[in-house]
Design a protein around this ligand. Structure first.
Ligand code: 1GP
Length: 238
């Protein structure tokens, strides 16, 4: 069970791969590198261009090539594949569009329950700069140091019964979320805290775990610099 493993600190790092981009290149090679780097699982998703076909293709490649779980990370009901191990059933809490808060979730709920995959409900909270997910998800962005607002959202999520919270600065963000915000949230919460967006340096990744994050997510670095990814994972796990 992935959630259980997260709670016990056994899912320290996840790699986000975008099905739109990865189906063109040498995906086998990339997956092997990511596995070798020591990541604990692959998140499959992207803010644009995902559909049933490319999501399923990527999930199947993961299952064929490496021994790490494939976790769906959908931005719409089309981000689904029955072959995945689990799904982050996201609700973008600070979206101004009800679609991202509950609409898409309603559209996919029955299918999801029938699939019997592990469903991890995740309160997705998007910070500045937000990047594509901020725009597409119509997020009312939280400033990267605004710990009070972050804590209010995260506490609401915990009280509402979400399994985890995910603090997101957006893929390719020039600045990651302030670790101080992660600390304020994590020290008050009993559910796992996931953090991602713009994390490219081992020291930054480590500072997130030291601040109390359960899991760090990186995306861009896997393709750009696999060696750096190894350093990031090592810094988190040591
Ligand atoms: C996952 O959006 C991130 O939370 C991935 O961000 O591509 O900047 O690592 P990067």
């Amino acid at each position: 069970m992935i959630l259980e493993n997260m709670k016990y600190g056994r899912v320290r790092h996840l790699t986000l791969l975008d099905p739109e981009k990865t189906t063109v290149g040498n995906i086998e090679d990339l997956l092997k590198k990511v596995e070798k780097a020591g990541t604990d699982g692959i998140l499959v998703g992207g803010s644009t261009g995902t559909n049933f076909v490319n999501v399923d293709e990527l999930v199947k490649s993961i299952k064929r090539n490496i021994k790490k779980p494939a976790i769906l990370f959908p931005s719409s009901p089309e981000g689904f594949s029955p072959n995945a191990d689990a799904i982050f059933y996201l609700s973008l809490l600070n979206s101004q569009s009800l679609d991202y808060v509950i609409g898409y979730q309603v559209q996919s709920s029955i299918l999801l329950k029938k699939s019997k995959m592990e469903v991890i409900s995740v309160a997705y909270i998007v910070f500045e700069p937000g990047m594509t997910v901020g725009k597409v998800g119509k997020a009312d962005l939280i400033s990267r140091s605004d710990w009070e607002k972050a804590l209010s959202y995260a506490t609401a999520a915990e009280l509402m019964g979400f399994h985890a919270v995910y603090l997101e600065a957006g893929s390719g963000a020039t600045r990651n979320i302030d670790p101080m915000v992660v600390k304020k949230v994590a020290e008050d919460l009993t559910i796992p805290v996931i953090v991602g967006g713009g994390i490219r340096e081992p020291e930054v990744a480590k500072s997130m775990i030291e601040a109390g994050a359960t899991t760090v997510v990186t995306g861009t670095i896997a393709e750009k610099d696999p060696r750096k990814l190894e350093e990031i994972v090592r810094s988190i796990k040591n």
